[in-house]
Design a protein around this ligand. Structure first.
Ligand code: BYC
Length: 476
């Protein structure tokens, strides 16, 4: 294993010290990144001492070392998972050939586009979340937010390293632009839709880390299959960090449900008003938030039928998650995919499309199945409490902005309906202005060690076996 060299200005395990030009270029980008962090990151907390994990190695022992740091001093660096000896291309037309250590010229622009798209999401999410610290429900949650933020910052470094190391001047220009686009900016927004949505409250944050970070998991897993080995190794290491982000989302929403059930019990009623009088989040409101973030995140997979996706698979640029273990046919030149599409007359029709063109949909379907796991868990909490209400994911056709269902009005079950009906019924399905105002009202900052805001139950355990009332963030 290549150890991480922390004596360097940029910690890394890619032997940067022996790549002078690359080192200089990255050292030139580093202060710009720090300026961006200061301007667009959680700057209200620059002086706080935060209990964070950082990698000292990329293996099981090294990747999670805990310590207290001020966020601007966090050692963002470049960490690749160890190379797999004699790794071979696992899918597409070049199946079985040795993987590439350089980007083949003919695939350069496609790779660059994918790496830029991935890189763009990382700082976007930090920008979206930058004010949440001011309304944290506990020090435990505050620390988790900051852990997510610093790691998204590192994931930006991961993509910038690839751009600088393998894409020359174009790559360096793209790296600059990653700091110039901003989430929600009218002139220079982030590339993908969801990353321009505001995250103004912690319920949205938990939905985002549950649904949108999970898209990250699937996209990173498919890039971890790439024939371009440095990209694959980078993504493999990013995935180890990503797991915690989804944990924050899943347990955060589970704790919301737990507290809501307590409030329902105290009130002896499942009436949303009674739940709100106790300062908790009623289940129909939670459902509307799930509908919003799930449908938005589904768009991140691209169109159901995509020639970009087909060529990325054929050429070995981007595979499917767990390509080797989950699929038998790694070439997919003959296979077809049965795709549901709107028939343009208010109905649904099935069409067989070449499997390679349907790769975005293959990924999206696997993602939907993964999203269902948490919903089942929360519903078990409801069932155990003797409550009849059930949470559910809306249909993947609902409120889509990308792909064959884009702009097609359907209800949450995916049934095509008239546009007027759709517009009229949206407040049944998506967060209403009064929902958002109510949630905003709940967002009062709680920073006494061990204390929780009234709308969320405490977690089952603290971080790294520390007690819940540990002072995870010292706000000096
Ligand atoms: N919004 O052929 P199409 C994460 C664009 S999250 C706006 O359908 P293709 C994270 C698309 O770019 C994971 N535009 O799809 C989570 C293309 O534009 P151009 C992020 C969209 O090419 C939380 C056009 O529509 N990773 O890591 O197969 C916190 C037609 O595209 C959207 C990646 O995305 C949208 N929702 O692209 C922090 C991986 N969807 O080029 C981090 C890298 C599509 O024609 N990206 N478009 O102008 C990719 O793999 C692919 O670019 C896509 C699908 C998945 C986006």
């Amino acid at each position: 294993m290549a150890a991480i060299d922390y004596s360097e200005k940029i910690p890394n395990n890619v032997d940067l010290a022996n790549e002078r030009a690359l080192q200089r270029a990255l050292e030139h980008w580093q202060p710009r990144f720090l300026d961006w962090w200061r301007d667009m990151g959680p700057s209200d907390f620059a002086r706080a001492d935060v209990y964070l994990r950082a990698a000292v190695g990329v293996d099981a022992q090294g990747w999670a070392h805990y310590g207290t740091v001020k966020m601007p001093d966090y050692r963002w660096g470049i960490f690749l998972a160890d190379a797999i000896p004699d790794r071979r291309i696992g899918f597409g037309d070049a199946l079985g050939q040795p993987v590439w250590q350089q980007v083949p010229g003919e695939f350069r622009s496609q790779f660059r586009r994918l790496i830029v798209t991935q890189g763009d999401t990382e700082p976007a999410s930090v920008e979206q979340q930058r004010r949440l610290g001011l309304t944290c429900p506990s020090l435990y949650d505050l620390r988790n937010l900051f852990q997510v933020n610093v790691e998204e910052g590192r994931h930006l470094w991961a993509m910038v390293y690839l751009l600088h190391a393998y894409f020359g001047r174009d790559g360096r220009e793209e790296a600059e632009q990653l700091l110039e686009r901003h989430s929600g900016d009218a002139d220079k927004p982030r590339i993908l839709g969801t990353f321009n949505e505001p995250i103004d409250d912690w319920l949205s944050f938990f939905c985002f880390t549950y649904f949108t970070d999970r898209d990250g998991k699937f996209q990173l897993k498919s890039l971890a299959e790439s024939s371009f080995d440095p990209l694959a190794r980078t993504c493999r290491f990013m995935l180890t960090e990503e797991a915690h982000h989804m944990f924050v989302g899943e347990t955060g929403l589970g704790r919301v449900v737990k507290r809501t059930l307590e409030a329902m019990k105290e009130a002896g009623s499942d009436d949303p008003e009674a739940v709100r009088r106790r300062g908790a989040i009623d289940l129909p409101l939670l459902q509307r938030y799930l509908n919003f973030w799930f449908s938005s995140s589904l768009d991140l997979f691209g169109s159901e039928v995509s020639s970009n996706a087909a060529s990325a698979f054929a050429t070995g640029i981007k595979g499917r998650p767990d390509e080797a273990t989950q699929y038998q046919d790694h070439v997919c030149s003959e296979a077809t995919f049965e795709l549901e599409q709107p028939d343009g007359r208010g109905g649904v029709t099935m069409e067989a499309v070449p499997m390679r063109n349907a790769m975005n949909e293959v990924l999206r379907s696997a993602y939907v199945r993964d999203c269902e796991i948490g919903v089942k868990r929360w519903n078990l909490q409801l069932q155990r409490a003797g409550v009849d209400f059930r949470l559910a994911l809306p249909s993947a056709r609902f409120r889509r902005g990308i792909g064959v269902w884009a702009g097609v009005p359907t209800d949450v079950a995916g049934k095509p309906i008239a546009r007027d009906d759709f517009e009229r019924r949206l407040p049944e399905w998506l967060p209403r202005a009064e929902d958002k105002a109510y949630v905003r009202g709940l967002m009062q900052r709680v920073v006494e060690p061990g204390k929780m805001a009234a709308w969320i139950a405490p977690p089952d355990r603290g971080i790294n076996n520390l007690p819940l009332d540990y002072e995870y963030v010292r706000l000096s």
